[in-house]
Design a protein around this ligand. Structure first.
Ligand SMILES: [Zn+2]
Length: 393
């Protein structure tokens, strides 16, 4: 019933200093106590797991990804237009890779065929290894917008109808595509698809159904319209100006940022190298990325990290923002506690605290000294279940 996890160092995700010679006491699927070994008694009969010199920390939370997409294969929208079977086959491998990399919770921000609802259920029932999922189901996107795969929503009536159907089918949140994007042809990143009235309708419908609204937006006037309409998170924000970010902060809107899909060689660069229109947008995003992140830090906006389908590369997302000026501890919080808060699960996951779900990861090394050690996952537990023997396939 009890598992006592011992480690040289425990980073609990609350933001306080690491606990040296720490212990995480787990009962069933929950954390019971966290502290120094000397302070917490191990109950009789407990299973003791000594993680040695690993650093033990909360399971990572990927605040923005997709289950079925592999950016390195190219044509991401085309992948979403496929029938369900090939999509599910990719998703099973992707989610396994995510879990093995220490991601125990993930928010899936757009799939077709409602495959994310089925994947979420299979994971929750222990039939499929993967991060615990929050799902957006079909994204709300205009016919001429970025992200338009099989389902498009034009006009107030269609937006309402599709949001209601998504909610009925099990959507945890509503994803709306506002501006253009990098990985599609024909949309500019500062152009936006929906009128102010349409965004207001989407927010009203979602919020009345107790669903938050996550908006794909890079920059330009579309960002401000979404903020004024009351959306909950801005995803990407790669071309936001400082005053947009300050406005986000003022309105308590989260920024969920990501860099691997545009910056890592296995991302869009690998998949869409033969498409000049996409490569031109990729170059602009890359050229702006460091400066954009400096503005994020300057603005004081609350930010969290996601991989946007770069499965298994959450460590890389963390390492990238550290290279650009975030402290390792702050970057780690953006991938744990703050990511959990951004997606509305802050009371359940994201830190090692009594009462929360026992999602616990051990890494070989000290991530506060060298964040790249986050790719060396050892111990792995999700809701009290040990998974560190999980093979690659
Ligand atoms: Zn995305």
């Amino acid at each position: 019933m009890y598992t006592a996890i011992l480690a040289r160092r425990v980073i609990d995700g609350t933001g306080r200093d690491p606990i040296v010679d720490g212990i995480v006491l787990v009962e069933g699927d929950r954390i019971r106590a966290v502290g120094r070994r000397a302070e917490i008694a191990v109950p009789e009969g407990a299973t003791v797991v000594d993680c040695g010199d690993q650093t033990v920390m909360p399971g990572l939370v990927d605040a923005h990804s997709h289950a079925s997409i592999v950016p390195g294969l190219g044509d991401q929208i085309g992948q979403l237009r496929q029938p369900p079977a090939p999509q599910v086959l990719r998703a099973v491998a992707n989610l396994r890779a995510d879990l093995r990399s220490g991601v125990t919770t993930m928010r899936v921000v757009g799939e077709e065929h409602f495959i994310d609802v089925d994947l979420k259920a299979a994971i929750a029932e222990g039939r499929l290894p993967g991060p615990r999922l929050l799902v957006a189901t079909r994204p709300i996107t205009a016919r001429h917008g970025h992200g338009a795969a099989l389902t498009t929503s034009d006009g107030e009536d269609e937006i309402r109808r599709h949001i209601r159907e998504n909610v009925a089918r099990g959507a945890d949140l509503i994803k709306l595509f506002m501006t253009g994007g990098v990985s599609s042809q024909g949309t500019a990143a500062r152009w936006y698809a929906y009128s102010r009235r349409e965004v207001e309708v989407a927010v009203e419908e979602a919020h009345r159904n107790n669903r938050p609204v996550a908006v794909h937006a890079h920059g330009g006037p579309g960002v401000r319209i979404c903020l004024e309409a009351g959306v909950d998170t801005i995803e990407h924000g790669k071309l936001c100006e400082l005053d947009d970010l300050i406005e986000m902060r003022r309105r308590h809107v989260w920024l969920v940022t990501n860099n691997a899909v545009s910056g890592h060689p296995d991302g869009i660069e690998k998949g869409d190298a033969h498409v000049p229109a996409i490569m031109a947008k990729l170059r602009e995003a890359r050229a702006r990325a460091r400066e954009n992140f400096a503005a994020v830090l300057d603005s004081g906006v609350r930010w969290a990290l996601g991989t946007d389908s770069m499965h298994g590369l959450m460590w890389w997302e963390i390492a990238q923002v550290v290279e650009w000026g975030a402290t390792p501890h702050d970057a780690l919080l953006a991938a744990t506690r703050r990511a959990a808060e951004a997606i509305g699960l802050g009371d359940q996951v994201g830190s090692l605290e009594a009462g929360k779900l026992a999602d616990v990861v051990g890494v070989h090394g000290d991530p506060l000294a060298d964040v790249t050690c986050l790719q060396r996952v050892g111990f792995l537990m999700q809701a009290g279940r040990r998974l560190d023997g999980l093979s690659a396939a």
